[in-house]
Design a protein around this ligand. Structure first.
Ligand SMILES: *Cc1c(COP(=O)(O)O)cnc(C)c1O
Length: 394
């Protein structure tokens, strides 16, 4: 009697369940906003990356509706055949201007931006220097390129320099890649020191600004602007699905590189273009950001207030320097229970465990946004206080 072909799945699912690592999907019954209906219940939302509240913004929705009327619902082609609409070209021009770079390419997601941008630049004869905590989409994009991957210690330019010095001579070209803001800790890569190291050895540089765009820098121009390093990175990856509130990714930077990626990137050449509604909404987001810094300011005011109050209550908020606030709990079971009890108290804040973060470093992650009022934050803080005391965390 042969064994059941799917036994391996059952065994792995059991193991995930036993170690409190099984992902359970909650279902949203309302748009992304400060308050949401989650699994049928109205709760205060700390889980979305909707930093500026644009995901349900009237001007964004109007732009999307108008684009559907003017352009239909889908381009029905890849960009390189018949899928490049005037909207895409206009968005790319506006994004390049917003970020202060020579050129930009709009792709279907931030994840795909990393699958698109790395392989054209490095291959089997080359080496990638990658921060230990880089995002999964960077890791996968790096693997896809076939280049050797050398990991340097998190946010450590001295270790990056040592690794480059040791390994670069064995390869044709090097590429240093880092997240701008690390999404699970909310800390910021030392871009000034990293570019200095990369320039010293002549390696290419790439920064993924998914959590910096719309958040850091002047009027949300991103992490490179935050450091005043405009033009210093060869490639800047971004997403339009976080602060911009829509969907899509961007590959921005030197014109020669962006032009080359247009020729080579397989997700660009073999997967259809982003829809007119999404593209037009992204354009509206750029316009909103360029017209006022008010939303970015409110986001940072909220984050500063929430973080200082959490510290006052006795929570460990790790190394956060941004509106991402990890509430460090350690044990994955404790983090899950904490999240469940917060939900019972009317607050939606997810626990995050392995493999998204290291084993034993489980946490609740709070995403602050400009959509929250001070009263919302006070209600959230009261729930953290109550659950933290009940579970003996504070
Ligand atoms: C979220 C994220 C992505 C993926 O962006 P999507 O647009 O959601 O695909 C890529 N890189 C980093 C660093 C991210 O945080």
């Amino acid at each position: 009697m042969p064994t059941d072909k799917l036994d391996f799945i059952r065994a792995d699912m059991d193991a995930l369940r036993e170690s409190n690592l099984l992902i359970t999907l909650r279902t949203m019954g309302s748009p992304a906003d400060a308050w949401m209906i989650v699994d049928g219940r109205r709760v205060l939302n700390f889980c979305t990356n909707n930093y500026l509240g644009l995901a349900n913004h009237p001007a964004m929705k109007e732009a999307a509706r108008a684009a559907v009327d003017r352009w239909g619902v889908g381009p029905a082609a890849v960009r390189s055949i018949a899928g490049t609409q005037e909207l895409h070209v206009e968005l790319e021009r506006r994004l390049a201007h917003f970020k202060g770079v020579e050129d930009a390419l709009y792709v279907q997601s931030g994840f795909l931006a990393n699958q698109s941008a790395i392989a054209p630049l490095v291959g089997k004869e080359d080496v990638i220097f990658s921060d230990r905590l880089n995002h999964a989409s960077i890791i996968d994009g790096a693997r896809l390129s076939g280049a050797k991957i050398i990991v340097y210690e998190h946010c450590d330019p001295v270790d990056a320099a040592a690794k480059i010095e040791e390994h670069l001579p064995n390869y044709r070209r090097g590429l240093l890649i880092t997240d701008g803001v690390f999404s699970m800790d909310g800390d910021i890569a030392p871009l000034d020191n990293l570019t200095e190291v990369a320039d010293r050895y002549g390696v290419l540089t790439m920064v993924d600004d998914a959590h910096g765009e719309g958040v850091l820098g002047r009027g949300g121009r991103g992490v490179v602007d935050h450091f005043g390093l405009q033009g210093a990175f060869d490639v800047e990856i971004g997403t339009l699905s976080k602060a911009f509130g829509v969907v899509g990714g961007v590959i921005a930077g030197k014109k020669a590189i962006v032009d080359y990626v247009r020729q080579k990137a397989r997700p660009f050449l073999f997967s259809s273009a982003v829809t007119p509604a999404d593209t037009a909404a992204c354009l509206a987001a750029v316009e909103l950001l360029e017209s006022s810094e008010e939303l970015v300011r409110r986001l940072w005011d909220n984050a500063a207030y929430f973080k200082s109050e959490m510290k006052r209550l006795g929570f460990d908020t790790g190394r956060s320097e941004t509106p991402i606030v990890p509430v460090m709990l350690g044990d994955a079971g404790l983090a899950k229970q904490f999240s469940r009890e917060l939900f019972e108290a009317g607050v939606f804040a997810m626990s995050i465990g392995f493999p998204t973060v290291a084993r034993g470093a489980a946490r609740i992650r709070v995403m602050n946004t400009a959509a929250h009022s001070r009263d919302d934050l006070d209600q959230g803080l009261a729930a953290f206080d109550k659950v933290g005391k009940a579970l003996g965390v504070i």
